[in-house]
Design a protein around this ligand. Sequence first.
Ligand SMILES: [Zn+2]
Length: 191
Amino acid sequence: MSETRKIRVDLDNHHVHLRQETVYRLFGDGYVLPQKKDLGGGEYVSTQTIAVQGPKGKIEGVRVIGPHRPFDQVELLASDAVKLGVSAPIAESGDLADACELTLVGPAGSATLRCGIIAARHVHIATKLLEELGLKNAQAVSITSGGPRSVTFHNVIVRENSDSDLSVIHMDFEEGNAAGVKTGDFLELEY
Ligand SMILES: [Zn+2]
């Protein structure tokens, strides 16, 4: 018999991470993205959004995460990829080898970049808990939701959280909706 551990869930909507030079291109030279909400680890939700254009459609109001990253990355929902007319790979953050090309449109300019992925679901687990559960960074685990739409999510990648005691599962709105899961719910990790 395997054991289970409750882990809190945090659902992500589509959003974009930008390099500093891309921030300047979309918003103007020297622009600093205003902060709306602190995310910890030096990152924040900005008050700013951009539009994302693909061959078949455009999505307005895609939230920008600040301040900037070493790579441009648009994290799409699966339905966004259909609307935009692109084939976006399911990939871990920073793995842009197969990313699709998108045009990012800001108030001061636009940029066409290979930057579109659908973020692979993952679970951040604090180092101490990782040891307690006998799990390792980068391994895949299975996590189950309860309720009438109960689903077991396989291939959830473990990411060691060395600078916080927090353990949290990140998946997108569509995955959550399909399983009747909301931010703040607790799912069961099998180990
Ligand atoms: Zn995450």
